[in-house]
Design a protein around this ligand. Structure first.
Ligand code: MLT
Length: 272
């Protein structure tokens, strides 16, 4: 049996914000991908070793029953919300990381408050900003979500987030990810698209990461491929790279055991 996951709500920047939590001990903060929410981390929340407290927040507007994100949030806003949550929880420093967009928010946190990190996890993500073509794609998705809702975004995103093999052979995962996407309000999805298209390039910041870094990537990730992870590994001084077999972009959902093992191997021995 896995560990018990509890769900909490706090007020951050005048918005109701949800976070999931499991375990006690040293804090590990996990930040979610687009267009998912904190529920994507349930596999990791359930199966971490003793001595670790995992905290997985929703970004503004995401998840059930959270507040309106406003029309144009930025990655810095998302990062400031995470920092404010750490303040509310009286957590001074933590291992902080995220998958894909969660990684983009982690880069913003690294810029804004590097003193809050004891280590960093960068999963299926990349430091570069969007290309001009990428931004055009984001604008089309903003129109789509306003016109046709989160279901239409799921139709568009699923083939990118999950590899062809997962889509063909693992209907359980496809429906889990679809449900995750469809549980988010359209305003949250539009807000995150805005934040992603405006985000700055973080490549030059990588070499300044002075604490241990875990880089994880699904071997079949087509959105942020292994070559991107290898490039980050080359630039971050104290980094360790784990390539997860038989997984694509959502490696923690497609291969939860392998992903959690990579985390466990990275975490320093429990001091709780
Ligand atoms: C994500 O998984 O967070 C998104 O695919 C990232 C992106 O679209 O750049």
């Amino acid at each position: 049996m896995g560990r018990m996951i509890t769900e909490h709500h706090v007020t951050i920047a005048n918005r109701r914000t949800r976070y999931l939590e499991a375990g006690t001990g040293w804090p590990l903060v996990l930040l979610h991908a687009f267009p998912l929410n904190a529920d994507m981390w349930r596999g990791q929340l359930e199966h971490m070793p003793e001595g670790w407290r995992i905290i997985a927040p929703d970004f503004r507007g995401f998840g059930p029953g959270t507040g309106d994100p406003g029309p144009a949030p930025t990655m810095d806003d998302f990062a400031d919300d995470v920092r404010a949550l750490l303040d509310v929880l009286e957590i001074d420093r933590a291992i902080i990381g995220g998958l894909s967009m969660g990684g983009y928010v982690t880069f913003a946190l690294l810029r804004r408050c590097p003193d809050r990190f004891t280590g960093v996890v960068l999963a299926d993500t990349r430091p570069q900003a969007d290309t001009a073509e990428g931004r055009e794609g984001r604008k089309k998705l903003v129109e789509l979500v306003h016109e046709r809702g989160a279901g239409a975004v799921a139709d568009e995103m699923l083939p990118k987030l999950l590899g062809a093999t997962t889509i063909r052979d693992r209907p359980d995962i496809v429906s889990q990810v679809r449900q995750l996407i469809e549980s988010n309000p359209p305003a949250a999805i539009a807000g995150a698209l805005h934040a992603m298209m405006e985000r700055p390039d973080s490549t030059a910041d990588l070499r300044r990461i002075s604490f241990p870094a875990l880089i994880v990537v699904g071997e079949d990730d087509a959105v942020t491929p292994v070559s991107e992870a290898e490039a980050m590994h080359g630039q971050i001084p104290r980094s360790h790279l784990v390539v997860i077999p038989a997984a694509s972009h959502l490696s923690n959902i497609e291969a939860p055991e392998a992903f959690s093992k990579a985390l466990q191997d990275f975490l320093p021995p429990s001091r709780a």
